[in-house]
Design a protein around this ligand. Structure first.
Ligand code: AMP
Length: 328
């Protein structure tokens, strides 16, 4: 599929001596795995090229993947091909210097709203950006070198963004491409230990969340993680944001919302929205956000706006349930 765009991307990669990789703000497993996997694969394939990943973000959850490159002068960007992975809109690219690059390639699996690349390869139906990186590898496997490290990064992104191969975007191709990664030597036991093990305090926080979560009339589960709660459990913002994963498997609650107070008026309250069967990104779009049909993000700036968002999600859930009977 999409052989022409993949060939065009490959030609650009061959032509440039310096290639820089970019990802989105609030790094997650997919954008981290796609950029790190691509970097490792390009380094192994083209040892004479300079492959850089300058981001400046840190994630405790993903620290087992290792740190990125340090800052480089602007001149480096000007000579470089920039490859932006897993970022739908340009203002969500974490390193704003990406714009200095001579040419940009966008590789993404979100709904296309901003074709900011000179080349744009967007496939909304893909379960992860890492799946697209794996697909690129599959197309050029006679030239590209996939070592165990690169395969581990890419596999990790495929696993995390697909809900452990659970979401509806997962296809036979997803599994065949994941199989290619496993063939390259992923140590799955260690990888899953990094993904699943939790700190003692984080489990106490989880218990607190289950004690305090709420539910609307039509089945929206939600929780507001205040600054006080974050302090009480010694959670940083990233760890507190993980709260959404606790609310996803509640019967009848087709939609779940986590509100995480950033502690700053400008940054507001982060909203993470998840749904099954029904879509939820239309609610996110009304509150400075967007994302996938069933996994979206937004920001609200007051408790009144939070209440409004909950009402909108409740109404969307009511409408969905009224028109369908095959949900759980
Ligand atoms: P999150 O809950 O932050 O993991 O976001 C879920 C999905 O929505 C991810 O694919 C994000 O890239 C996307 N997303 C989150 N926040 C926004 C936003 N403000 N605008 C557009 N997409 C977003």
């Amino acid at each position: 599929m999409n052989e022409a765009i993949k060939r065009a991307i490959m030609e650009k990669i061959r032509a440039y001596q310096t290639i820089m990789l970019f990802r989105h703000i609030r790094m997650d497993g997919d954008c981290a795995g796609a950029t790190k996997g691509m970097k490792e694969m390009l380094k192994a394939t083209y040892p004479e090229k300079e492959i850089l990943l300058v981001d400046g973000q840190h994630s405790d959850f993903l620290s087992f993947l290792g740190e990125d490159d340090g800052p480089v002068p602007d001149g480096k960007y000007r000579d470089a091909l920039g490859i932006v992975l897993d970022v739908s809109e340009r203002d969500r690219i974490s390193n704003p210097q990406y714009a200095l690059c001579r040419e940009i390639i966008k590789i993404d699996h979100h709904i296309e709203t901003d074709p900011y690349g000179n080349l744009n390869w967007v496939e909304e139906e893909r379960s992860s950006a890492c799946e697209m990186v794996a697909d690129l590898y599959a197309a050029f496997s006679s030239e590209w070198v996939l070592n165990a490290q690169a395969a581990t990064y890419i596999y990790m992104g495929m696993v995390t963004d697909s809900g452990r191969f659970r979401f509806s975007g997962v296809t036979g191709d997803t599994m065949r491409l994941a199989g290619l990664m496993l063939d390259a030597g992923v140590d799955t036991e260690t990888l899953y230990a990094h993904l699943y093990l939790q700190d003692f305090e984080a489990l106490k926080f989880k218990a607190y969340v289950y004690e305090h979560m709420e539910k609307t009339e039509n089945g929206v589960a939600y929780i507001f993680v205040t600054q006080d709660m974050q302090r009480m459990f010694g959670m940083n913002f990233e760890a507190a944001s993980n709260v959404i994963s606790y609310l996803e498997n509640i019967k009848d609650c087709l939609c779940s919302l986590a509100f995480i107070d950033s502690g700053s008026k400008e940054e507001g309250i982060r909203v993470r929205l998840r749904s099954r069967f029904m879509t939820v990104n239309q609610v996110a779009q009304r509150h400075h956000g967007g994302g996938h049909a069933c996994a979206a993000g937004a920001t609200v700036y007051s408790e009144a706006e939070m209440a409004a968002l909950i009402r909108e999600a409740d109404e969307a859930t009511r409408q969905y349930k009224a028109g369908h009977s095959d949900w759980l």
